[in-house]
Design a protein around this ligand. Structure first.
Ligand code: PLP
Length: 399
């Protein structure tokens, strides 16, 4: 059968490649320590599960859910946003439920790009950002992220002809995979740049809460230092060109429930809503009820997640330093972005394939997140500290 050309660039996927390597290691009898996927191992909070469980027995939740039926969720998202960032949002026109932030990033290009238009993406970056552009038959201009620039893109390096045909830019800080954070001044520069060039600015913001302030006690508060991890709308309070995507996957350990939301410019929200109306009927109402409970109820689960990932980060980084692998300590996210030793600096895929084959430790190759990710490897801290210590011991033997 002949398939559409747009499928071709979607055929290689870092997670699918690692899945195959993991299966080979398992078949060879290795005990797997999987640090290749950013899927939290922590549970969703009891009050969230209770809200969903009760909904299941309520037949009024069983039918299709139209936009007006999502009002309670949109209001909860607007309240959550206003409380956190002090910016008012209209739940009618400036909030849209998503089936996870991945879904939003993958569908937005369909609303913004005509075939051949450019999207300016972070390189390395999250795969759905590129995937959505391919589905929309757009072109990608990768903005390289380099350690010497704190993994922030340099806007002035974008060639003028590309800019003339660019319709969207996607940023995402705290950043997956590099764990970098971006200051408000960077977002202000991005907003001014996109306004000047008439480009829609998309900010994918899953790690809004997974932030580790310098001060140990303050680190336990949820995104306690907003100057460390600002929202794009703090740089664009009039919501002139910006849209921000949130998810409950990371802060509330609800990755499997598939729920998120977009907040921002009303025209962008309307356009994304039009695309989604052709594709889905909103998330199940019971999940929305669970999400309302998560956003509006006690935040102790978020605090626990932050404390857990902070401890794991410290354990993993100390262990790497002990074996002589010097890796900077990230201020946010659940990832360690490690520069590979020179033997492997041009082949992160081979490093990860050999590592899992010989030791059972699975990591994500930097090149899988884009060309500029080559020479790095990403470890997701999705196991308890003793397992992370074992992983590093095995890595030491391998190296
Ligand atoms: C940058 C980024 N965007 C989106 C997602 C997916 O989020 P969701 O579960 O809401 O689709 C992830 C998950 O790891 C991510 O790191």
């Amino acid at each position: 059968m002949e398939f559409a050309k747009r499928l071709q660039p979607l055929q290689s996927n870092v997670f699918a490649d690692m899945d195959r390597a993991k299966a080979v290691a398992l078949a060879a009898g290795r005990e797997l320590i999987d640090l290749s996927l950013g899927s939290s191992d922590l549970p969703a909070s009891a009050h969230v599960i209770e809200a969903i469980a009760q909904s299941l027995y309520d037949p009024s939740t069983h039918g299709y859910l139209l936009f007006h039926g999502t009002q309670g969720f949109r209001q909860a998202a607007a309240n959550w946003y206003e409380k956190k960032f002090g910016i008012k949002v209209d739940p009618e026109t400036e909030v849209l439920p998503l089936i996870g932030s991945q879904e939003g990033t993958a569908h937005l290009p369909l609303a913004l790009l005509n075939p051949g238009d450019f999207a300016l993406l972070l390189d390395p970056g999250y795969p759905s950002h590129a995937g959505g552009v391919y589905l929309a038959s757009g072109q990608i201009y990768p903005m390289p992220l380099r350690a010497e620039n704190d993994f922030l893109p340099v806007f002035n390096d974008i060639p003028a002809p590309v800019l003339a045909q660019s319709r969207m830019m996607v940023l995402s800080y705290p950043h997956n995979p590099t764990s970098a954070i971006a200051p408000l001044a960077f977002f202000q520069e991005a907003v001014a740049f996109c306004q000047q060039h008439n480009i829609a600015l998309v900010h994918d913001f899953p790690y809004v809460d997974l932030v580790f302030a310098e001060d140990q006690n303050r680190g336990l508060l949820i995104n306690s230092d907003l100057s460390l991890v600002p929202s794009i709308l703090q740089a664009d309070p009039d919501k002139s060109i910006s849209i921000e995507l949130f998810t409950l996957s990371k802060s509330y350990n609800m990755g499997g429930f598939r729920i998120g939301y977009a907040i921002g410019n009303a025209e962008l929200i309307r356009a994304l809503r039009q695309v989604k109306a052709a594709v889905d009927f909103n998330q199940y109402r019971g999940i929305l009820n669970g999400a309302i409970a998560a956003l509006s109820g006690p935040q102790i689960g978020v605090e626990k997640a932050v404390a857990t990932f902070r401890q794991r980060r410290d354990t993993f980084i100390s262990a790497l330093h002990r074996i002589g692998w010097q890796v900077p300590t990230p201020k946010a996210t659940m990832y360690i972005w490690a520069k590979l030793p020179t033997t492997w600096s041009h082949n992160s895929q081979e490093f990860c394939t050999q590592l899992v084959k010989k030791t059972g430790v699975a990591a994500a190759p930097g090149a899988g997140f884009g060309k500029s990710g080559e020479g790095y490897v990403r470890f997701a801290l999705v196991h308890e500290p003793p397992i992370l210590e074992t992983a590093v011991e095995r890595i030491a033997e391998f190296l």
